[in-house]
Write a protein that binds this ligand. Structure first.
Ligand SMILES: [Mg+2]
Length: 371
């Protein structure tokens, strides 16, 4: 089997409501998808999602597309995708950084190989430990009454019982009070967690985390800027409430440094941050070796990207904090014929050949744009 072609598309998908993050408000989410075709005409599809252009990561959707077309594509055309890990090493020799771009290409290669073998992709990563996984929902309307109503609707529908609040934007004390009111309303029926998206300094973190811990919040995600591992380490040793590393935790090397410094005592895995599926398994191995529990993060992928992350996360035994693979629920429309199924507070791991998703070509055409 040889790789015959590689095409990259930028897709803009509208969301059902504005999604407020510290760095950006999403009303249209941009994902990048890739199609790798073998000489026998079989297609493998991959996806990575971006948030707010270059506001979350250095890699904008446009840069991902251009760098793949100009620098990665020539390295893999004519190669056998069965060697996807070896090919990633080859790509790493010639292309520095560009982790999202590399993750996109690897996921399309994996989908192609698994479809050719007629097996689910998770069989290429050691097999499935979970048939379904818990999914957190992000309450991001910014309005306390609306967020409480949304949480109560999720609980009643048995859709989600884990709620995350993005509190990096605005006044920290007001935000903390907002979260505590939501925790009081939800009570023991749900877990309430916060993501600060690097917005606080250490002094602000000291009083805010104390208040959140006393208010019954279960997890504090990335309070400090991504490079401040020493500060994260001090916060982790000071509080009982777990502190999760997200933006500071990308590559395998960063995972090692964070585990050594205990700059966070929970790892947020994300396939594109690490540079691919194989690299994410290595990050998970460092967590496992260090006794650090894990969480399956999202960049707010569509159904395809969600299936990619879900299949990989399903191969990791100790995903103690569940996942946040809610992406498809935030979109007005989707680019696959079949959809991710959510029931009883969990998502079912897709199990068809490849990542188990069939592309809707009309939708891909409809929502794609030029650079
Ligand atoms: Mg986060």
């Amino acid at each position: 089997m040889k790789i015959h072609s590689l095409d990259v598309y930028i897709i803009d998908l509208p969301t059902i409501r504005p999604h407020h993050l510290a760095m950006h408000t999403i009303v249209t989410q941009t994902i990048v998808i890739a199609c790798i075709k073998s000489e026998d005409g079989i297609e493998g599809w991959g996806e990575v999602a971006t948030i707010g252009g270059a506001s979350y990561s250095e890699e904008s959707p446009e840069a991902i597309k251009l760098n793949i077309e100009n620098y990665v594509k020539p390295l893999i055309i004519g190669e056998n995708p069965v060697n996807f890990d070896a090919l990633s090493y080859k790509i790493n020799r010639y292309v520095k950084g560009n982790y999202f771009a590399k993750a996109l290409v690897e996921s399309a290669m994996v989908d192609l190989v698994a479809k050719t073998l007629n097996i689910p992709a998770y069989e290429l990563f050691g097999g499935q430990c979970h048939e379904s996984l818990p999914v957190a929902w992000t309450l991001a309307s910014g309005d306390t009454a609306k967020d409480i109503e949304e949480a109560q609707n999720c609980l009643a529908a048995k859709r989600h019982n884990i709620f995350k609040l993005k509190i990096g934007k605005g006044n920290p004390k007001t935000n903390v009070a907002h979260v505590i009111k939501i925790k009081e309303a939800v009570g023991d029926a749900g877990s309430v967690r916060v993501d600060v998206n690097q917005a606080w300094d250490e002094v602000t973190s000291l009083y805010c985390i104390e208040a959140l811990q006393n208010g019954g919040v279960d997890l504090i995600e990335q309070p400090l800027v991504r490079w401040d591992n020493e500060g994260m380490s001090r916060l982790t040793s000071r509080f009982k409430v777990p502190i999760m590393a997200d933006e500071s935790l990308g590559t395998v090397q960063e995972a090692y440094q964070i585990s050594k410094l205990r700059a966070g005592n929970v790892f947020a895995l994300k396939v594109p941050k690490a540079g691919g599926l194989t690299a994410t398994k290595k990050v998970a191995a460092i967590a496992e070796a260090s006794g650090i529990p894990m969480y399956g993060g999202t960049m707010i992928e569509s159904s395809l990207g969600t299936a990619i992350c879900a299949q990989l996360y399903s191969t990791i035994p100790e995903l103690t904090f569940g996942t946040e693979l809610f992406g498809p629920l935030l979109f007005k429309d989707n680019i696959t014929v079949n959809q991710i199924e959510y029931e009883n507070f969990e998502m079912k791991i897709p199990s068809g050949p490849g990542f188990g998703m069939e592309m809707d070509r009309e939708k891909v055409k409809h929502y794609s744009r030029d650079i």
